[in-house]
Design a protein around this ligand. Structure first.
Ligand SMILES: [Zn+2]
Length: 129
């Protein structure tokens, strides 16, 4: 299962990070960014997260997923930024077009295809910090 291995990657990266930089207190939320080119079921990812974090220091933590738009770089004209979207009537979504919006050339995706941890929220322990 795709989501399971993604969750596993996050858990491993986070555990490694926590070994080097331990935090004070229980982790309530793990904030991640999901690129819009990465297709996944959020439900399946949450479920995998719940299973993988059981019994460890991340047990009971929640994944807070934020979606990020695709950003590209064009080798032809040097354009860097968001792409155009293709949407047709009746579609419930818009599809990013991986082409330079300025010159139509081929682009390299610089953001938008992976899942990355961007921050942690610790459980508040009475006093606000
Ligand atoms: Zn271009």
């Amino acid at each position: 299962m795709h989501e399971y291995s993604l969750a596993m990657g996050l858990v491993e990266a986070l555990r490694e990070e926590l070994r080097r930089h331990p935090v004070n207190g229980r982790i309530a939320k793990v904030h991640v960014r999901q690129g819009e080119l990465l297709v996944l079921s959020e439900e399946a990812l949450q479920e995998a997260w719940r299973i993988l974090t059981q019994g460890g220091e991340l047990a009971g933590s929640e994944l807070a997923i934020e979606k990020v738009a695709v950003r590209v770089r064009c080798g032809g004209c040097g354009y860097q930024g968001p792409v155009g979207y293709l949407s047709e009537q009746g579609w419930h979504f818009a599809v990013p077009v991986l082409r330079c919006p300025r010159c139509g050339g081929r682009v390299e995706v610089v953001e938008g295809r992976d899942l990355a941890i961007v921050g942690l929220s610790l459980e508040e322990q009475g006093s606000p910090t």
